[in-house]
Design a protein around this ligand. Structure first.
Ligand SMILES: [Zn+2]
Length: 327
């Protein structure tokens, strides 16, 4: 199986064994492309993985950061990617001439973590993938939960501040968790903090022309920069409010935190847990575990391949969280 995780800044693809082992990874930048260019880039990336495994691929699974309508098979709305109203599964199946399964990227990530990662052995697992935005996925009674039309579970767009700042991308809401706890919010937080306290490592790096990005902030924080650490703590505390909501509503055994920002590890998770323990109701507040993704940044790619493997043969083509045949 080939798994593909199409994020808002980059694509990750790889050939994935049944046990989640990845071979022949490739990655491509995805920022700033039109829908047409994006489709071409994805096709080329998959072809390159297929060539490196000698052409033998039984199906391709895709995780993409958008909502689907399972009734029409349309990828309806991507907050941070130029995809709208496209039959992505059909387009890819036609171009690649193999069966294709497509799902929301965080749904793929939670599947990987629930089957073989931080939620292995658990029937109820929630996941937040924190990058440019915040993706959400839920496994309930062992199955990915997608809601009636395929639009669930967008946990990153739960509102944590009713009159808060406008959410990003194409989300019309205000005060979403994504607007205060994503990588984008982290970068914003650091710019404000550097203006107040320019004389630390991160301030000097920016002064020297280094671009301020989420990975750069987590790297500086791990090296001990106080401004970077402070900003990650602010994001972690905001994240904790979202975790309390998830705990209260779903009470899963574990909430897995993945995506690029989760590279901050305990610097992010500790303040998040502390806020969640103070705000959530029992028994969730005491018993819901908050864990970093075991598959790290590859959870979405691995889950996409697992989804392709698990997809039942008798489900016909198209349909949002969809399988599309090659012919
Ligand atoms: Zn939103």
């Amino acid at each position: 199986m080939i798994g593909v995780d199409l994020g808002s800044t980059k694509l990750l693809a790889g050939a994935v064994d049944a046990d989640g082992t990845v071979h022949h990874r490739t990655n491509r930048p995805a920022r700033g492309l039109s829908q047409l260019e994006l489709v071409e880039m994805v096709v080329h990336a998959v072809e390159s993985v297929r060539r490196s495994v000698g052409g033998e691929v039984s199906a391709v699974g895709f995780g993409i950061p958008c909502t689907f309508d399972a009734r029409t098979g349309l990828a309806v709305q991507a907050v941070n990617l130029p995809l709208h109203d496209i039959r992505f599964a059909d387009v890819m199946a036609e171009r690649l001439e193999v069966p294709v399964v497509v799902d929301n990227d965080a749904n793929c990530a939670v599947l990987a973590e629930a089957r073989a990662g931080a939620g292995a052995g658990c029937s109820e697992v929630a996941m937040l993938t924190i990058g440019t935005g915040i993706g959400g996925g839920m496994v309930i009674r062992g199955e990915v939960y997608r809601g009636f039309a395929g639009g669930g579970a967008e946990l990153g767009h739960m509102v944590v501040d009713m009159d808060g700042r406008p959410c990003q991308g194409s989300c019309p809401n205000r005060g979403c968790l994504e607007s205060v706890a994503s990588g984008t919010a982290l970068v914003r937080e650091v710019s404000l903090a550097v203006a107040r306290q320019p004389d630390t490592e991160i301030g000097r790096a920016m002064e020297g022309g280094r671009e301020l990005t989420g990975p750069m902030v987590t790297e500086m924080a791990r090296a001990g920069d106080p401004v970077a650490r402070g900003a990650i703590e602010v994001i972690g505390r905001a994240l904790g409010v979202g975790l309390a909501n998830i705990s209260n509503i779903f009470c899963p055994q574990v909430i897995v935190i993945g995506g690029g920002v989760s590279a901050a590890g305990e610097l992010l998770l500790e303040p998040a847990r502390e806020v969640m323990r103070r705000r959530a109701l029992a028994p969730g507040r005491d018993d819901v575990r908050i864990e970093a993704a075991a598959f790290g940044a590859e959870a979405g790619m691995i889950g996409a391949a697992m989804l392709a493997r698990e997809w039942p043969d008798d489900v016909p083509s198209a349909g949002g969280t969809a399988a599309a045949g090659a012919s």
